[in-house]
Design a protein around this ligand. Structure first.
Ligand code: 0X9
Ligand code: ZN
Length: 303
């Protein structure tokens, strides 16, 4: 059965998600994010404890980069906690928002990282005889190709020939459009570096609500550190990691003025890098969950 002691394949993750909607038919719905270039379903779950529609929505995406396996493991852990943990703070989170969680945003790349090349990052749409895939986190329409992205199809940060050139980003963008201004929080899980990043990736200029996101983020990394001593840094993408444009979070933030937006770079800081041992899944997931609880607690106090 499904667990967090090992990494799982796309089929195992998708079977588990589909099983949840059978186990919790009142609270879990499978949501259809479309089909990838190679024809795989991009599925997520909607978790809702309210019969009302158009509630404040939290959107979580993971594994837009194929090799970052810890990210889908953490996303599935978050789903499991929202459904099964009776801690009052977690019940509050589960019951106060509608959650849309997509553990694998790039299913073709993820499958390829399991079968053929563990360090694959991009999509699997071919662009030349030798070079396959675009970077799906350089492929979104806001500030596309304005820095930290490549027009060379052989590059790991190839932005694609045009915004939303990848079937996966195109169909996920229309799914996100269907939620639109309901989205109150957008969380993107990447690895690795132990950072909590705020928009935008094209500029070191600060957002309208930069101060608030920094205050909430600083408290979140303090709360994350409490469990195992794991240290994060928080800050604007361009200042903290590097200039990178065409990212999903940046587009959603800009398009829908989403108040709470963070990109996590999960464990570690390079000892294992993308090959984070399976023994670290559970501790990474637990500390990340602590930080999510913290983010919403701070946000609710400030609003
Ligand atoms: O380069 C990236 O896409 C991310 N780092 S990673 O090592 N996981 O590839 C940084 C994300 C920057 N995000 C946005 N511009 N939204
Ligand atoms: Zn990444």
């Amino acid at each position: 059965s499904f667990d967090w002691r090992q990494y799982h394949t796309l089929d195992e993750i998708n079977d588990w998600l589909r099983g949840l909607s059978d186990t919790y038919p009142e609270h879990v719905t499978i949501v259809d994010g479309g089909v990838s270039y190679e024809g795989r379903d991009i599925i997520g779950v909607k978790i809702s404890y309210s019969p009302n529609n158009h509630r404040h929505t939290v959107f979580i995406e993971a594994n837009i980069h194929a090799r970052e396996w810890i990210t889908s493991a953490v996303a599935t852990f978050v789903i499991n906690q929202l459904l099964g943990n009776d801690d009052p703070e977690i019940r509050h989170l589960a019951e106060s928002y509608d959650w849309y969680i997509f553990p694998v945003f790039n299913p073709d790349g993820f499958a390829y990282s399991h079968t053929t090349n563990r360090l694959w990052r991009k999509t699997r749409q071919p662009y030349s005889v030798l070079c396959v895939g675009a970077d799906p986190n350089r492929n979104w329409p806001y500030q596309w190709m304005q820095g930290g992205a490549s027009n060379n199809p052989c590059s790991e940060t190839y932005a694609g020939p045009s915004p939303l050139s990848e079937p996966s980003t195109l169909s996920l963008s229309s799914f996100i459009n269907s939620l639109g201004f309901q989205i109150e929080a957008y969380i993107s899980f990447h690895s690795y570096s132990q950072m909590l990043l705020l928009p935008y990736g094209h500029t070191t200029d600060h957002l309208d609500n930069y101060e608030e996101l920094m205050i909430i983020g600083e408290q979140a990394i303090v709360d994350l550190e409490k469990r195992y001593g794991t240290q994060y840094v928080v800050g604007n993408i361009a200042e903290t990691i590097y200039v990178a444009t065409g990212g999903s979070m940046d587009w959603v933030k800009h398009e829908y003025e989403v108040p709470l937006t963070y990109t996590y770079e999960l464990r570690d800081t390079g000892e294992y890098g993308f090959l984070l041992p399976a023994e670290q899944i559970l501790p990474t997931a637990l500390e990340t969950m602590d930080s999510l609880v913290s983010i919403f607690k701070s946000y609710e106090i400030l609003h």
